[in-house]
Design a protein around this ligand. Structure first.
Ligand code: UDP
Length: 410
C-alpha cells in the first residue's frame, strides 16, 4: 500500500473547505442540543463494506462535534456470521428459510454480545440485522434505541422479515436509506429516511495527485493509456461481479484494449466472500486485461481512490443494493456510472445525466460503449455526478440528519 506524507484524519472543521462554514455551524448547533449525552454505535465489522466505511468517518466526527460516542463491534463465530449472511440474503429477496437451530445461534450470540457490551448510553444505534435482537436482552434499557437498516428491502422474504419484525418493533426509531424500503407492518414510533454518504476528505475520496494515481496503476499492472472500466464491491451474491465480466467481454469486441478492474475486498463479517471470489476468478479465466484487485494484495483506500479516478466508466451491476456507496464514490471523482436500476443506485445515477440506469448486461455494455465513444458527454455526466453527490451524499449531510434524528428525542 502506498502512503502519502500528508495523510491524517480529517476534523469536522476541515469540511468547511468543501461544504462551507454554515453547514459546519449547523452541525455544531445540533450537537449542542445533545450536549452531555452519550451514543453507542453497534455494527458487525470494523472493516469491509459500507457500514464500516461510514462509521469509520462518522464516529470521529460525532466526537469532534463534542459528543461522547463509542463504536462497538459484535463478536461471533463463523456459524453465527453464516446465519446473519443468510438473514441478509433473505431480506434482499433470496428464497431461504431459517432453521430452529439457526435462530438459536443468532439469538445466543446476540445475548452474549449484549451482556459483553455497555449499552447504557443515552442513544444506541444498531446498524443492520446482525445485532438487531440485542435490544431484547436489554429490556431495562435506559436510552433510546435506533435501528439503522442498510439492506435493499425491496423484495424481502416475508418469513424472515416476520421473525425480525418482532425485535425491530421494540426500537424507538428505524432509519432506512430509501422510502421504498419502509415495510408497512412496522409499528415503531418514528421512521426516518436517511441515505448514506461518503467522506470527501478520506483517503478513499480526497483529491490525490495524478502522479500518485499513475504510480498505483503501474504497481498493479494497469495500463493508463488504455480504456479502464471498474466495478468496486465485495465478493457477494448481489454484486454480480461475473455480470460485470460479461459486460466487459461485450465491450471488448468494440474496444479490444479495454481493461476491467474488479476491486473487491473481503469483509470480516461475510463468510461467502471466498466462494464468490472463486466464482469470479473462474469466470475471468486467464484474461490478462481483467484485474482482480483485493485488499489481500494491498488494495486499500488510496488504491480504490486511484482506480476510481483513473476509470473511464464505473460499473455497478449489483442485482440488489441497499445504497451503494461505490456509486457516489465514482461520481464524486467525476466518472459517469452505468448501474442496474435497483435499490439505492437510482438515487445516485440519474439516467442520462450522471450516468445510465440499465436492466441487463447487454444494455450496460451498450451504454458503456456509448460513453467510451462520446468522451465529452461522459465528462459532462461525470461533472453532473459530482454536483449531485455534493448536494446530497456527503458525510456532513449524513451527520446533520443523524444528529437531527437524535435531537428529536430530547
Ligand atoms: N470497498 C473497498 N475495497 C473493495 C471493495 C469495497 O474499500 O475492494 C469499499 C467501497 O469503496 C465502499 C464500501 O467498501 O466504500 C462498500 O460499500 P457499498 O455501500 O458500496 O456496499 P456494501 O459492501 O455495504 O454492500
Amino acid at each position: 500500500m502506498l502512503k502519502t506524507a500528508e495523510e491524517r484524519v480529517p476534523r469536522l472543521g476541515d469540511f468547511s473547505q468543501v461544504v462551507g462554514q454554515q453547514e459546519i455551524d449547523s452541525i455544531r448547533t445540533l450537537a449542542e442540543g445533545l450536549r452531555g449525552m452519550s451514543i453507542t454505535e453497534v455494527n458487525s465489522t470494523s472493516y469491509g463494506g459500507g457500514v464500516a466505511e461510514i462509521l469509520r468517518s462518522m464516529v470521529p466526527l460525532i466526537r469532534d462535534a463534542g459528543l461522547d460516542v463509542r463504536w462497538e463491534v459484535i463478536e461471533g463465530s463463523f456459524e453465527f456470521f453464516s446465519v446473519t449472511k443468510k438473514i441478509h440474503n433473505a431480506l434482499q429477496g433470496m428464497n431461504v428459510e431459517l432453521t430452529d437451530d439457526e435462530r438459536r445461534i443468532y439469538l445466543e450470540y446476540n445475548k452474549m454480545n449484549s451482556e459483553r457490551m455497555q449499552l447504557d448510553t443515552d442513544f444506541v444505534v444498531v446498524e443492520d440485522t446482525q445485532p438487531t435482537p440485542m435490544i431484547d436482552f436489554h429490556r431495562t434499557r435506559r436510552g433510546k434505541w435506533v435501528w439503522r437498516c442498510h439492506v435493499d428491502l425491496s423484495t424481502p422474504s416475508i418469513a424472515v422479515w416476520n421473525f425480525l419484525d418482532e425485535y425491530i418493533n421494540r426500537y424507538d426509531a428505524a432509519v432506512f436509506s430509501s422510502e421504498k424500503y419502509v415495510i408497512p407492518t412496522l409499528k415503531l414510533p418514528k421512521v426516518s429516511i436517511i441515505p448514506p454518504s461518503i467522506n470527501p476528505l478520506s483517503d478513499k475520496n480526497r483529491e490525490i495527485p495524478e502522479d500518485l494515481v499513475l504510480k498505483i496503476l503501474e504497481r498493479h499492472g494497469v495500463k493508463q493509456d488504455k480504456p479502464i472500466i471498474t466495478q468496486v464491491g465485495r465478493f457477494d451474491p448481489w454484486k454480480d461481479t461475473t455480470g460485470a465480466i460479461d459486460v466487459y467481454r461485450m465491450i471488448k469486441k468494440e474496444f479490444p484494449q479495454v481493461q476491467l478492474l474488479l476491486v473487491a475486498s473481503m469483509a470480516n463479517d461475510d463468510p461467502e466472500g471466498w466462494l464468490y471470489f472463486e466464482k469470479t476468478a473462474r469466470h475471468a479465466g486467464d484474461d490478462g486485461d481483467i484485474h482482480i484487485l483485493t485488499d489481500l494484495i494491498g488494495v486499500k483506500d488510496l488504491e480504490v481512490n486511484a482506480f476510481q479516478r483513473a476509470s473511464d466508466v464505473i460499473l455497478q451491476m449489483s442485482t440488489r443494493e441497499g445504497f451503494g456507496l461505490t456509486v457516489s464514490e465514482g461520481l464524486w471523482k467525476g466518472v459517469p456510472v452505468v448501474g442496474r436500476n435497483v435499490g439505492g443506485i437510482p438515487l445516485q445515477v440519474i439516467n442520462g445525466s450522471t450516468g445510465f440506469l440499465v436492466d441487463t448486461t447487454s444494455e450496460a455494455a451498450e451504454k458503456t460503449i456509448y460513453l467510451l465513444k462520446n468522451q465529452e458527454e461522459a465528462k459532462k455526466m461525470g461533472e453532473n455526478g459530482k454536483e449531485h453527490v455534493f448536494r446530497n451524499f456527503l458525510i456532513t449531510r449524513l451527520l446533520r440528519d443523524h444528529l437531527r434524528l437524535l435531537n428529536g428525542f430530547t
